[in-house]
Design a protein. Sequence first.
Length: 253
Amino acid sequence: MSDVHPQERLIGAIARLILDPAAPPARHIAVGAASPIPAAACWLVKKLGHPVRLSLLHRPTGNPFTEGTRELFDLAGQGRIDLFFLGGGQIDGQANLNLIGTGDWPGRAARFPGSFGSAFMYFMTPRTILFREEHSQRVLVPRVDIVSAPGVSPPGVFRRGTAQALVTGKCVFAFDAASARFSLASIHPGETAETVRDATGFAYDGASAPVTADPSAAELALLRGPVCDEMLETYPEFCRRVWNRTGLAGRAA
């Protein structure tokens, strides 16, 4: 569909990953701060009729957490969060994340927001979808300068899961924890295997991949209607930019 906004395409790709039948079930999904695209994907899954519980940490109203991240970490530690989303200032080919900064420790060359609970969530959540819209060799590096959260762990280290996939503005990579490598799963329209390869600093498997599917007409109708209604309060600028929607009138209950 020519009228699909690029960010609607990313939302659709993440929604398909959430619903991947080969992955462990995602019954309770948590979304952290400043994550409108993952949040929209979660709402799309819910509006499609799938019985998922959504915990959106920074939603101003209807937020199940009365004490913020303390409760999120408690639930994750108990194994009661099935899926989370993480990104990084740097991401490497072993799915390691750097949220500290570049250069030698303490990473003062370029500062990132900080690790916060990324390592804990990465270890305690059975599925993590990595997301970073910028796809460049500046972000996707051969090896992160500082490991905020490791993609894989040595034998004997307890962790419930690791990355399922990495979604970027150019493609979708699947992650295999056994080999600690990404493989090319799909390429977004307008990109090629060559443009993806040129923009990626780490090695990965797969020389080609199918085109990332656009959302269906029914999915687009949900995104532009009921999903946007749910998003307006938390992400008004995103809704204005992607769907040309403003205000809370008509917001779904």
